[in-house]
Design a protein around this ligand. Structure first.
Ligand SMILES: Cc1ncc(COP(=O)(O)O)c(C=O)c1O
Length: 485
């Protein structure tokens, strides 16, 4: 039996003794990551997993030896997760991560800088601002632009919609932070495509505008916003006396990877005098690749842009950014506090709390910067281009299969398909049986009411041979499901 843990050894002071203990624990943790299965997840059922996890008390009366706890945690938890780096883990925008990012996660946690105030994060504040300035430049924004790291695409979109709402209120002379929504806000509308991420609706719901304030505009078969439909919606809303306060364009929809016509949507936003938010959570990384950047032409005309580093930039969760064309717009968010955002700091001491919906906040910019410096743009571009090519290859293979049918030709990293003659229940069974056996973590969605299966390619180590094998697995399972029904 090991000695009970002593808290004095475990508080992470940055001294030799504790750092040596951390290095040993990190090495033991890495050992525990060695995957004991040949599938992207173990085949344990939900009930078996619950029993396994609950067999160990959350907080025993006396602590245990760290090595032992880590070893047990590996065999009960890490070994029953999903392996995002497995070529058969293709359900979601769920990437494998980068060695420099994961190594930096350790330092982020060990040093625990907090991004709300300069006195909790001196160099870290400068790093985040440096990263935001670079990202703003990549988007094509001018020198007034900046941004803030958030916990994800949802949080970035909510922040973008929040700024748009406050800007709309300010335009009509209302101080929404102080007084709440003005009475005429019931007429405010947000326009986005019917393929926009649900976080736009969620933002409208949370901000008191209501989900019904979000008007979904029809999309093409490929999933991008139809400009004719947008114009009709704008005219209809004007006739009804509604005010469009925000246009949202998506650069890379969740399912089809479609990119809305950004420049044309921007022209409408300018004409309406409203905010333009571009949700580039998925395809923002295309800005890194010469062959793909052109598809995002017009993104530089946005007022705010969501970029998700924890998607096609291979960062561990959480890592996202909301970048704004004009840093001063963050003032629309500001609620001052006497202990943090005092406004009387020494020259150059910036408290980032003023631009975030969070107060205490992780130094996630660190892992992004270390990763970008280590890989460089060219490597990242190659990785992204490879995934786009894999999705295109999947599209060709599926197109050539009589028993499968593409919903749209892949243009980004997803490939969405169904099977002629197969019901939605058949497709559900295919996905669920493969997941239950742990063999293939496959996506399942609906496009305009049509049930479909989905591959999402996030692993740059995957090959066309892997893709061919995935299609084979789906075909075999489909045949088995059909034979059993
Ligand atoms: C287009 C788009 N925007 C936003 C999000 C939300 O991102 P997150 O899961 O990081 O909150 C997603 C998630 O898949 C997405 O596909």
């Amino acid at each position: 039996m090991s000695e009970p843990a002593n808290w004095r050894d475990l508080v992470l002071a940055l001294d030799d003794r504790r750092l040596d203990a951390l290095a040993r624990a990190a090495a033991a943790t890495v050992e525990g990551l060695r995957w004991p299965h040949d599938t992207p997840r173990s085949a344990l059922s939900p009930a078996a997993l619950r029993e396994l996890v609950r067999a160990d008390a959350v907080c025993p009366e006396d602590g245990r030896d760290l090595d032992e706890v880590l070893r047990d945690f590996a065999t009960t938890v890490w070994h029953h997760g999903v392996v995002a780096s497995d070529a058969a883990c293709v359900a979601h925008l769920h990437p494998p991560t980068l060695v420099p990012a994961v190594a930096t996660e350790l330092a982020i946690a060990a040093t625990n800088q907090s991004m709300d105030s300069w006195d909790q994060a001196p160099a870290a504040t400068e790093v985040e601002l440096h990263l935001m300035g670079w990202l703003a430049g990549l988007i094509g924004f001018g020198p007034a632009a900046s941004g803030v790291m958030t916990s994800g695409g949802t949080a970035s979109n909510v922040l973008g919609v929040t700024l748009a709402r406050s800007a709309a209120a300010a335009q009509s002379g209302a101080d929404v932070l102080k007084e709440g929504l003005p009475s005429h806000a019931t007429d405010w509308r947000i326009l986005c495509s019917d393929q926009a991420h649900f976080s736009i609706q969620r933002a409208a719901a949370q901000l008191g505008l209501g989900r019904d304030a979000v008007v979904g505009v029809a999309t093409s078969a490929a999933g991008s916003l139809d400009l004719g439909a947008l114009d009709e919606a704008i005219e209809r809303l004007a006739r009804e006396g509604r005010r469009v306060v925000l246009l949202v364009a998506t650069a890379g929809t969740t399912d089809l990877g479609a990119i809305d016509p950004l420049a044309q949507v921007a022209a409408r936003a300018r004409r309406l005098g409203c905010w333009l938010h571009v949700d580039a959570a998925v395809a923002g990384a295309f800005l890194l690749a010469d062959s793909l950047r052109g598809r995002l032409a017009g993104i530089e005309l946005a007022d705010s842009v969501t970029i998700d580093f924890h998607k096609l930039w291979w960062q561990p969760f959480n890592a996202s950014a909301l970048v704004v064309r004009d840093e001063a717009t963050f003032d629309l968010l500001r609620v001052r506090s006497d202990y943090l955002d005092r406004g009387d700091e020494l020259e150059g001491m910036v408290n980032l709390v003023g631009r975030s919906l969070d107060t205490s906040r992780r130094f996630d910019a660190a892992k992004v910067v270390v990763s970008l410096r280590t890989l460089g743009r060219r490597n990242l571009a190659e990785m992204i281009e490879h995934l786009v090519a894999l999705a295109a290859h999947a599209g060709e293979v599926i197109d050539a299969e009589q028993s499968l049918s593409l919903l749209a030709r892949p243009t980004a990293v997803t490939c969405v398909f169904d099977a002629p003659g197969a019901s939605a229940d058949d497709l559900r069974e295919v996905q669920q049986r493969l997941l239950a056996r742990g063999e293939l973590v496959l996506g399942r969605t609906q496009i305009k009411g049509r049930a479909a299966l989905k591959f999402t390619f996030m692993n740059p180590l995957a090959t066309t041979g892997d893709v061919d094998a995935l299609v084979r697995v789906v075909l075999d399972e489909l045949a088995a499901v059909r034979a059993s029904n």
